[in-house]
Design a protein around this ligand. Structure first.
Ligand SMILES: Nc1ncnc2c1ncn2[C@@H]1O[C@H](COP(=O)(O)OP(=O)(O)OP(=O)(O)O)[C@@H](O)[C@H]1O
Length: 266
């Protein structure tokens, strides 16, 4: 059974090369975690006193303004960051999908990158060997798969990365924004694969600014604000409190998939 528990966890970043004059200006801004400067080294409190208990089957959207702590929380949940104070316990294999390009090598071929990226996401070589043909077909990259990755356009790289990401079997799937940033035509094709991926994941936490994406993949949400969990509850309830209106009222349902009728996201 997979689970993530976090008890009163904080994550601080000491900034050794900060300039004190510019820090004063920054402290007046609305964006980002709190900057403390009582000691000699300024400290950014990216997460403050977080307590969470997530379990198998949870589908959690992560919302909040820029710098609110979403990415830092995902890294804490992945075990990439240890809490500075407090405790965390992660049970299960984590697939952190924070940056589609991470783990890709520009000098090796598309095929080789499929293998490397799969291993990076916790798959075995054998598992990847059985998936490589399916991934290749999905990407529609044809002979390019034998060429070094540096010859690919940005969109071609995204196709390759999405092909691999959507082929894995994650126990705990942590997705950061980037995944929504592919061109619309390819996204339409990737959508079903993404849905299957989420369906076979044990636990999902998905940071995204698009209501449409959140409604499609999540049923609960966490609203981060200045490094705190401001609200944790049902998706609709949290989005309504965060946005100041109910975004679900503007959605209509297509094939059981809620779709935003206006512009998606913020
Ligand atoms: N490696 C780091 N070193 C220092 N400060 C950091 C680091 N990573 C994040 N922070 C700080 O932690 C706070 C939270 O940042 P985080 O990236 O988690 O926010 P976010 O909610 O993901 O923002 P966005 O929506 O803009 O991606 C910010 O104040 C940021 O400046």
């Amino acid at each position: 059974m997979v689970s993530i528990d976090v008890w009163n966890a904080s994550v601080d970043f000491p900034i050794f090369d900060a300039k004190s004059r510019s820090l004063k200006k920054l402290a007046l801004g609305k964006v980002g975690g709190k900057i403390g400067s009582e000691g000699r080294v300024p400290i950014i409190e990216a997460l403050h006193d977080i307590s969470l208990s997530l379990k198998d089957g949870d589908r959690v959207g992560l919302v909040g303004h820029n710098g609110a702590g979403k990415s830092t929380l995902l890294r804490l949940l992945a075990g990439i960051y240890e809490p500075t104070r407090g405790r965390s316990r992660i049970v299960g294999k984590v697939a952190p999908v924070f940056d589609l390009g991470v783990g890709m090598d520009p000098e090796i071929s598309g095929y080789e990158n499929i293998m490397i990226r799969g291993l990076f996401l916790g798959m075995s070589r054998k598992q990847m060997e059985t998936r490589v043909d399916d991934i290749a077909e999905f990407t529609e990259l044809g002979d390019y798969l034998q060429m070094p990755l540096r010859t690919y356009s940005t969109g071609m790289r995204v196709r390759l990365a999405l092909g691999v990401v959507t082929s894995i079997n994650p126990e705990i799937l942590l997705l950061d924004e980037g995944i929504g940033a592919v061109d619309a035509a390819f996204m339409a094709k990737a959508r079903d694969r993404l849905k299957d991926l989420v369906a076979r994941s044990g636990l999902l936490v998905f940071a995204n600014h698009s209501d449409e994406f959140l409604a499609e993949f999540c049923d609960t949400a966490i609203w981060m604000d200045e490094g705190h969990v401001k609200m944790h509850g049902g998706l609709r309830e949290v989005l309504t409190a965060y946005k100041g209106f109910d975004p679900f009222e503007r959605m209509h349902v297509h094939n059981e998939t809620p779709v935003l009728s206006g512009n998606g996201g913020e």
